[in-house]
Design a protein around this ligand. Structure first.
Ligand SMILES: NC(=O)c1ccc[n+]([C@@H]2O[C@H](COP(=O)([O-])OP(=O)(O)OC[C@H]3O[C@@H](n4cnc5c(N)ncnc54)[C@H](OP(=O)(O)O)[C@@H]3O)[C@@H](O)[C@H]2O)c1
Length: 284
């Protein structure tokens, strides 16, 4: 069975390939789809089949699908362009008649008001409309998203955000990558939509405690109003649109968009998810 991983030169894609190989998939049975194949030289050296796959160039997508049975579409990082990019992959998968189509989506993508979710909702709808044998992985936040908070709070002793007492069921990228690999190599997942998150949903006071633990210095959480937060971000040099985007993400957290933690991720990977403090320590 040949498995195509898109976005293979990205952080999640590389971890998925590592996990597939550690689960016994032969490297030559993995097709690493990369828009810039030069970035995948290390994968080619490991025996992985590297093919050009640019979401904006359907001819590369069609060639990348040759001989492929299963595919993991890792959502594109080009926010705002993603629906058309993902649809190009969906079309190629439907034309090829793949036996499994796995997509990395966002928590409660079809019902949430989380600002980033609209493109994931549209993608899930396109997958359903194409009639693909699909598995949807609705990934919660990566703990790695907090690398800059870790660095900043290590200096200032403060985590500032407008999330209120909202909770985030984050897990490490490697946890989500293991889940994707597990779903790709085992049966019984077609038709499932998995809400994936860490075993523990933490609030920002707990984030501050975890950063204090990792940095060895006191860190506190400053709860800001959305207006205070936007003003602080702009004072730090962000433009108004970016500040609005960040405060909208925090509003999603405040309203509970990322709080779900039902153990599905740890069940899929057969181990507990990486605790917040360990995920942060790996970044320090
Ligand atoms: N759950 C979360 O907390 C969270 C956080 C951030 C992002 N995400 C989503 O999860 C995805 C994977 O995360 P990640 O950490 O692996 O992100 P990443 O390291 O930025 O990787 C994104 C991948 O998408 C590829 N890509 C972008 N535009 C492309 C195009 N036009 N054609 C083909 N490939 C293209 C990039 O190619 P290059 O290697 O050439 O750049 C890269 O391989 C992201 O793309 C984003 O949709 C989720």
């Amino acid at each position: 069975m040949s498995i195509l991983v898109t976005g293979a030169t990205g952080q999640l894609g590389r971890l998925v390939i590592d996990s597939l190989i550690s689960r016994g998939v032969a490297p030559q049975d993995i097709v690493a789809g990369a828009r810039d194949t030069a970035k995948a030289d290390d994968l080619a050296r490991r025996g992985v089949t590297v093919r050009e796959l640019d979401y904006t160039d359907p001819s590369t997508i069609a060639s990348a699908f040759e001989g492929v049975d299963a595919v993991l579409l890792i959502s594109s990082s080009e926010v705002g362009q993603r629906v058309a990019q993902h649809e190009a992959v969906i079309d190629a998968a439907a034309a090829r008649g793949v036996s499994k189509f796995v997509y990395t989506s966002a928590p409660k993508a079809t019902t949430t008001d989380l600002i980033l979710a609209a493109e994931h909702k549209a993608t899930e709808e396109a997958i359903a409309a194409a009639g693909l044998p699909a598995v949807i992985l609705r990934n919660n936040w990566y703990t790695e998203n907090y690398a800059s908070d870790l660095e900043r709070a290590g200096g200032t002793g403060v985590v500032a955000a407008s999330v209120g007492d909202g909770r985030v069921a984050s897990a490490s990228r490697a946890d989500y990558a293991d889940a994707a690999a597990a779903v790709l190599v085992t049966d019984g997942h077609i038709g499932q939509t998995y809400e994936l998150g860490g075993d523990v949903a933490w609030n920002y006071s707990e984030l501050a405690e975890a950063i204090a633990d990792v940095t060895g210095r006191p860190v506190v959480f400053h709860a800001l109003s959305p207006e205070e937060h936007a003003a602080q971000l702009m004072a730090a040099g962000l433009d108004a649109a970016t500040a609005d985007f960040v405060t909208a993400l925090d509003a999603g957290i405040r309203n509970g968009a990322l709080e779900q933690s039902d153990g599905t991720l740890s069940r899929l990977i057969g181990r507990p998810t990486t605790p917040l403090v360990e995920g942060l320590r790996a970044l320090a």
